[in-house]
Design a protein around this ligand. Structure first.
Ligand SMILES: [Zn+2]
Length: 326
């Protein structure tokens, strides 16, 4: 027996209800903007939404219609092989989505569908479009081809052109609550122990994508070593600090650096509040530094920037904050 595709998503019930209802009304609209923090289910929801639109035997659920999860169209969507769905993402080693990528997508969406009644496209992360790409997409949003559905996904809606935002129906995704996160992580990572899942949830600040990344036996070891490295930055030479940045900049470690950095800052901010100061720095100084450096680490990951160089910058700025003169 097949399972309705939306039923696997936890934590975004009001949004899913609106999408299912729009399907039942036969009015899915032409353009949507899904925004909210990274890794909380925006892309999964967008795919389930398209799958439901293409499904050959949609099932009736409490709030409207959902894809069945078992027909040919649902299977092709799940496998990423449906000819009427195109996904546009950042190309490897690029930091922006180009106008050529957007033009290819707008041509795709203008053609007659092959297997369903609709053509659908998902752009993730839409805020990574350069100016020319955003303007090319705007033309399609101004005059959407009939039977076309465009879903834009981003963590930073403020970075989109206001004219793009205003032409989309917007859904803001909130971080998932702790109990739903624990249930979802157990379902996604059953092979991990409860202790490993617990540690991942603690570091993930409401992002299920981050929790999956952090659900690794090595992560506790990484966390302890990262904390030790940051706590001793002021005792090390510049060459040692650059070597640390190289080690943490390697692919399997750098993907979790923003979460580790945020957790480390969290601990130091708490220390400084309890003790009045930490390392001779006031809570406000810790907060300001945390805001800037965690943001830098996250943006480096989003924009695909060189992780080693970003970490060198972060380590040097922290060492200077601790009074080291490099
Ligand atoms: Zn189906």
């Amino acid at each position: 027996m097949s399972t309705p595709v939306f039923s696997s998503i936890l934590g975004h019930d009001p949004i899913i209800a609106r999408l299912q209802n729009a399907l039942a009304q036969g009015r899915p609209g032409h353009a949507w903007l899904f925004h909210g923090p990274e890794g909380i289910g925006k892309r999964t929801t967008a795919l389930a939404w398209v799958q439901s639109l293409f499904c050959r035997q949609p099932v009736t659920v409490a709030d409207g219609l959902s894809g069945c999860g078992g027909c040919v169209a649902c299977s092709k969507c799940a496998q990423g092989s449906h000819p009427d769905l195109q996904r546009l993402e950042l190309l490897e080693s690029k930091s922006r989505i180009s106008v050529d990528q957007v033009r290819e997508l707008t041509r795709f969406i203008a053609f007659t569908p092959l297997e369903s009644a609709w053509k659908a496209a998902i752009v993730d992360d839409a805020a990574l479009m350069n100016d020319a790409a955003a303007n090319a997409l705007l033309k399609t949003l101004e005059e959407p081809p009939s039977g076309s559905l465009l879903i834009l996904i981003t963590q930073r809606p403020g970075a989109l052109l206001p004219t793009i935002r205003s032409r989309c129906q917007q859904e803001r995704f909130q971080p998932i609550d702790a109990a739903s996160m624990a249930r979802l992580l157990e379902r996604l990572m059953p092979e991990r122990s409860a202790v490993e899942r617990g540690a991942a949830l603690q570091l993930a600040s409401g992002s299920i994508g981050a929790a999956v990344r952090l659900c690794d036996p090595a992560i506790l070891e990484h966390r302890n070593r990262f904390f030790r490295d940051l706590d001793t930055l002021h005792e090390r030479s510049l060459a040692e600090l650059v070597e640390s940045a190289r080690v943490w900049g390697e692919a399997e470690r750098s993907s979790v650096v923003p979460e580790l950095l945020e957790t480390w800052f969290g601990a130091r901010i708490r220390d400084s509040v309890h003790q009045g100061r930490c390392r001779n720095l006031e809570p406000e100084q810790w907060l300001e530094s945390a805001t800037q450096l965690v943001r830098l680490a996250r943006e480096a990951r989003i924009f695909n920037l060189n992780a080693r160089l970003t970490l060198e910058t972060i380590f040097i700025r922290l060492a200077r904050m601790f009074g080291v003169a490099f």
